[in-house]
Design a binder for this molecule. Structure first.
Ligand code: ZEM
Length: 295
């Protein structure tokens, strides 16, 4: 062995194929959700990738996906992260099988697999994040508050370095998953197909009539027609703010444009806070879906 011979052990250098293996294992586990929500862990795993990255502050260079600090308290207990223990638990199984991958790479790769396996666009991705410490965590309050208006949404996303077009594209992820009253306080899904990536979020925003839900919970909207869909106040802002509305309409009218713009903005989100020299390749990779790998 390396120890007996006195030589340093050779460090395992994973290749693109190794990351594809991890991707594949994530993709399998996303589907093994049984009765959980709509039968898939993909939406909550996508939300983990977003919350791990969305703490970034461009002025101080703090936060972002590099150190995976949500593993530690108090960040794991921040109100915005309620429920994400489910996603971290799924990811932990993968970490046990592939211990060489960093948590930051694993969680962001989870976001990539979630989008792609739910029939979304290809998300360019590359490894290089390192595991940090609790001391690398950012204070509470960096993620958006759904009860607020357009000024708050801009403050939060401009801090990460996004523009209005990218903000609107990113929030289109609300085609997926649902709100849980025991997590955020809000309740219900945004679309009728919460495990398929579509531009339905924007279509519904404009096509349905939205009314305030009459209940004891936080202020949220429901579709007048069926009452079974929801919008957060920050979602509705995309139809009220002139600049946001322009992009939201464009995405409602053009699915391909949404897919293209979402892929670019989400790939950018996943790299926030990672020093460029840490990435092991200059050009991000495109990993294949399970479907594409079927002979
Ligand atoms: Zn969300 N999001 N989000 N989001 N989000 C929830 C759920 C999901 C906001 C927000 O407060 C909430 C982005 C932007 C913003 C997803 C992805 C992305 C929930 C419900 C809330 C309250 C949580 C719960 O109760 O479980 C706000 C205010 C946002 C911006 C203004 C961006 C950007 C996302 C990805 C790119 C996803 C996939 C979910 C569904 C999670 C699940 O468990 O089903």
């Amino acid at each position: 062995s390396a120890v007996q011979s006195g030589k340093a052990a050779t460090k395992f250098t994973p290749t693109k194929e190794d990351y594809q293996k991890v991707y594949n294992r994530i993709a399998e586990l996303l589907d093994e959700a049984g009765d959980y929500d709509d039968g898939s862990f993909a939406p909550v795993v996508l939300r983990l990738a977003w919350h791990a990255s969305g703490t970034y502050d461009k002025d101080t260079g703090t936060g972002g996906s590099n150190f995976a600090t949500m593993r530690f308290e108090p960040e794991s207990l921040h109100g915005a992260n309620a429920g994400l223990h489910v996603a971290r638990g799924v990811m932990e199984k993968i970490k046990q099988e592939y211990p060489w991958i960093s948590y930051g790479d694993l969680w962001t790769l989870g976001g990539v697999a979630a989008v792609q396996e739910m029939a979304g666009p290809k998300i360019p991705w590359r490894p290089g994040r390192i595991d940090g410490f609790a001391s690398n965590a950012t204070p509470d309050g960096r993620l958006p508050d759904a009860s607020q208006g357009s000024q708050h949404v801009r403050d939060i996303f401009y801090r990460m370095g996004f523009n209005d077009q990218e903000i609107v594209a990113l929030i289109g992820a609300h085609a997926l998953g649902r709100c849980h009253s025991d997590r955020s306080g809000y309740e219900g899904p945004w679309t009728f197909s919460p495990t398929t990536f579509t531009n339905d979020f924007y279509k519904l925003l404009f096509d349905e009539k939205w009314v305030w839900k009459k209940w004891n919970g936080p202020k949220q909207l429901q579709d007048k027609n069926t009452g079974s869909l929801m919008m957060l106040p920050t979602d509705y802002v995309l139809t009220q703010d002139k600049s946001f509305k322009k992009y939201a309409k464009a995405y409602a009218d053009d699915q391909n444009l949404f897919f293209k713009d979402f892929a670019a903005a989400f790939a950018k989100l996943l790299e926030l806070g990672v020093p460029p020299q840490q990435f092991v390749v200059a050009e991000p990779w495109t990993l294949n879906t399970l479907e594409e790998q079927k002979a």
